[in-house]
Write a protein that binds this ligand. Structure first.
Ligand code: SF4
Ligand code: SF4
Length: 436
């Protein structure tokens, strides 16, 4: 890795040439499966990124020179789902390469001033400040609950402006925000088996408060003391994936300070996308930077909630759930963290739950961070395929491991007029424990 003072280490020659062009990743790639285009395959994208790298290294391309629209489009159409990493026999770290390509695009691609201002605000300021998130949530809550949303849908104005699908993707805003629990400690039920810090996310604090509450109930029911550190911040995943690595480094620094590692057995998250980034915090810092060692220690303590519970073993008594459930792998749990069995093990452990595998569950549902907003059409194509497979299982409930996937799949249920319930794995555990 070479160094960049603002964005940390960058890929070097060997990171690109590790690709031996074997093509074993092609069929794993959602965009290649859709369009059959080499330029929208992992191999094709690596080649394009390598050419940019070579141009910069040889001095043929000036750092301030603009990128071609074609390059930007092919990189933007990538979901950063990392399914190609799982398939690759040569150990290509594709996620790193694409994040750095996006950081280069961010520096060298000319956007309209309004797009630049909006992106800077969202990826740097909005995600970093709970008051921005809470204010926006209150506005959306008013839109959803005052009847304006129903009227806008009813008279077709959203369709007229091409916003109908995006409106369906809007999360339901919570009545009570989870930010209110920051700084709290939750006692274990029975003897303490572990003391954990809970990472609560950013936007999830206004859209997934009930999931966060359920996660804490399941952890405490299984003997964990749970602390919600007060000064925690967004993990930085959305910013890193969009090319704002300097902002992601800022978020990581805040979290390195907020979580006193020696106090906890683990840092637990229920968001696979956040966990994947937090487990790679050390990739954001060069080895000579002070934060690097701290980031490695932080990464080593980070656990997805399913991974943590499956390792710890459940002690809470699980009641019966007579439900047929299928499971959609969240890309950043399966491909980012290589966790496949833990959520399945937990689901299969619930009495009377009929677990059925989802065909092609390893293929992205199209959520992919902000992809469903920036590449809505492709995202909806992937979602349609996903819902067709979910329907084929006959399951009443689709379980998954990431809030972003939950939103996407719920939108799929609505758009395709289906009736499945979409829940996080811990929400099913919570129901089994509480008997509700
Ligand atoms: S990250 Fe996903 S969409 Fe992007 S190239 Fe790899 S498999 Fe394809
Ligand atoms: S599987 Fe790996 S080595 Fe083979 S083409 Fe894809 S990225 Fe390159």
């Amino acid at each position: 890795m070479s160094q960049n003072p603002n964005s940390g280490p960058s890929p070097v020659y060997e990171d690109y040439t590790r690709c031996i062009h074997c093509g074993l990743c092609l069929n794993a790639c959602p965009t290649y499966r859709l369009w059959n285009l080499e330029a929208d395959s992992p191999r094709g994208r690596i080649q394009q990124m390598f050419r940019v790298f070579q141009g910069e290294s040889s001095g043929q391309s000036q750092p301030e020179a603009r990128f071609s629209q074609g390059f930007v489009d092919h990189i933007n159409k990538c979901l950063d789902c990392r399914a190609c990493e799982t398939a690759c026999p040569s150990g290509v770290e594709y996620g790193k390469l694409v994040e750095h390509a996006r950081a280069r695009i961010e520096r060298r691609y000319e956007r309209s001033w309004i797009a630049q201002v909006a992106r800077n605000f969202f990826f740097r300021d909005f995600l970093s400040a709970s008051h921005f998130i809470e204010d926006a949530a209150r506005v959306f809550r008013l839109y959803q609950r005052s009847g304006i949303q129903a009227v806008a849908r009813g008279i077709g104005i959203l369709k007229l402006f091409g916003l109908a699908e995006r409106d369906r993707l809007l999360p339901q805003i919570d009545g009570d925000f989870f930010f209110n629990r920051f700084g709290s400690t939750f006692a274990p039920v029975g003897p303490r088996r572990a003391r954990v810090a809970f990472f609560a996310g950013c936007i999830a604090n206004v859209t997934f408060s009930r999931l966060n509450e359920a996660t804490i109930r399941v952890l405490t029911a299984n003997g964990c003391e749970v602390v919600v550190p007060k000064e925690q911040s967004c993990c930085g995943a959305l910013s890193a994936h969009a090319g704002f690595r300097d902002a992601a480094r800022g978020f990581a620094r805040k979290n390195l300070e907020a979580f006193q590692l020696h106090d906890f057995d683990a840092i637990v998250t229920n968001a696979a996308g956040c966990g994947s980034t937090m487990k790679e915090y050390d990739h954001l810092f060069s080895t000579h930077e002070l934060e690097h060692a701290q980031a490695r220690a932080f990464a080593a303590k980070t656990r997805d909630v399913a991974e943590f519970l499956a390792d710890l073993g459940l002690t809470a008594k699980l009641g019966s759930l007579r439900l047929r459930v299928t499971y959609q792998d969240s890309c950043h749990l399966l491909h980012g963290q290589k966790i496949r069995e833990a959520p399945r093990k937990l689901l299969r452990g619930i009495p009377d739950l009929d677990f059925v595998e989802l065909p092609h569950s390893e293929i992205c549902c199209g959520s992919a961070g902000t992809y469903n907003v920036t590449q809505t059409e492709t995202s909806l194509q992937l979602l349609a395929e996903k819902m067709r497979h979910a329907q084929s299982t006959g399951a009443e409930t689709i379980a998954t491991a990431n809030p972003g996937c939950i939103l996407q799949l719920r939108a799929g249920v609505t758009l395709h007029h289906l009736n499945q319930n979409v829940l996080h794995v811990v929400e099913l555990l919570d129901r089994a424990i509480s008997g509700r």
